[in-house]
Each structure stands twice: as C-alpha cells, then as structure tokens.
Design a binder for this molecule. Sequence first.
Ligand SMILES: NC(=O)c1ccc[n+]([C@@H]2O[C@H](COP(=O)([O-])OP(=O)(O)OC[C@H]3O[C@@H](n4cnc5c(N)ncnc54)[C@H](OP(=O)(O)O)[C@@H]3O)[C@@H](O)[C@H]2O)c1
Length: 223
Amino acid sequence: MKTVFVTGADRGVGYCLCEDFLEGGWLVIAGQFMPDWPELSELRKKYPDSLHIVPLDVGSTASVEAAAAETAKLVDHVDLLVSCAGIARGADYDVYNVNVAGTLRMTECFLPLMQTGLKRLAYVSSECGSISLSHREGGAYPISKTALNMLVRRMFRVLQPQGYTFRLYHPGWVRSYMGGQKSTVGNFEPEETAAVAYRQFVTDREAEDVLVMTDVSDEMWSY
Ligand SMILES: NC(=O)c1ccc[n+]([C@@H]2O[C@H](COP(=O)([O-])OP(=O)(O)OC[C@H]3O[C@@H](n4cnc5c(N)ncnc54)[C@H](OP(=O)(O)O)[C@@H]3O)[C@@H](O)[C@H]2O)c1
C-alpha cells in the first residue's frame, strides 16, 4: 500500500484527489485546514483504516513541522507528496506565503520522510503563472504561481538527480471554492480535473528527466 500526503484536502481539487487515491487503494494522509468543514470527516467514515486526517496550515512553519512529525508516527515513509493548497484572495503577503513559501516548507519538512519509496513530488499550479502566456490583470495570485513554477523548477534540478520524480499540474478553470463558496462558473468540476491529476500523478513517464506542466487534457503548457 503506497502512502500519499495531500495538502488543501478539505475541499475542491485536493479533496477529490483524496477520494481518488483512496479508491485506488492508497493510504491517504490529508492535511486539514478547515476542521469545521465536514467532507474529510465524512470520508473517514467510509475509509477508517486508510484515511488519516492531520491538522495543517501550510502558511505556518510550526504547523507544517507538527504535521510532518504526526505523519512520521503514522508511516515510515511517504511515497507521494501532493501540494494542492492554494489561495487567490486575501493580503498579497498571505497569497505568497501559502502558495509559494507554503509549498517550499511542505517539501522541505516532508523530504526526510521521502528518502525511500516512490519519491514523487506533485504540485498543483496554474497556467496563469506562465510568463510567456500571461494575459491577466495584476494581483499576487498569478505572480505567486510564476514563483511556484520557478521554485518547482529549481527543486527539480536538485532533486531529480537524487531519484525524485515530479508532476506539475494545471487543473484548468475549476468550479471549486477559491472565491469562498462553490463557484458556479468554470470549465470543470473538481472531480473531473482531480481524476486526470490522479492518473498523471500515479503513472510513471518515460521521460522523468524533463519537467513539464500538464493540464486536464494531457496537454503540455509553457511555464
Ligand atoms: N479553481 C481554479 O480554477 C484553479 C485554476 C488553476 C489552479 N488552481 C489551483 O488548484 C489548487 C486547488 O484549488 P481549488 O480550486 O481546489 O481551491 P479550493 O476549493 O479553495 O481548495 C483549496 C483548499 O486549500 C485550503 N487552504 C487555504 N489556505 C490553506 C493553508 N494555509 N493551508 C492548508 N490549506 C489551505 C482552502 O481553504 P479555504 O477555502 O479556507 O481557503 C481549501 O480548502 C490551488 O493550488 C489553486 O491555485 C485552481
């Protein structure tokens, strides 16, 4: 049984990824940011043996360290880390802290648990971070995704030679909760894009020595 840790697992794409991993027979450790949101607790009733819920605020180093320590009590290693937590609203500092620094601190704190096993790191980013394709107005969100893409690129350069494999995924325009409530506009339900992400995250590639950003249509994007 392989183990995955998922951030941003309370709802939206991260939650649907947890469902997919559980259905695929994985042991899932879900980072819970919203203890009052019921979906993860309901899911645990269906998968009491293979879903663990761990408190997690990727914006806090202390919280990420505590989540890593809690994870180390549950499993001897993590095969796959899925960094899905992201925000588009709020103060610019918070957007950068969650989307960029949060992703870095998650990777740094969980790498010691990933020295064996699948050694795969998966990041949910966005086409809006692509410098060459950018067509949006300002705001911290697209800048944070540009920084995330560069961060992943730098980590790939260091960690791929050590046997780590990478996924960088653009989920498309999703009817999720980034606006604070379930969106009524967008091209995909969270379930649809999570199903594609799951397949891409668990499937080996021939060319693991190349970092690509892929989307819900399996197309490659310039990042
Ligand atoms: N939705 C889209 O159209 C779209 C497009 C491109 C890329 N993406 C990316 O896809 C990923 C998943 O987004 P989504 O659409 O599924 O959004 P979502 O429905 O808002 O889900 C994200 C989850 O992460 C949580 N979260 C926020 N801050 C966190 C923190 N500090 N620590 C841990 N979890 C935290 C959110 O809680 P709150 O609800 O309280 O914030 C929410 O439960 C994000 O990285 C996003 O940037 C989304």
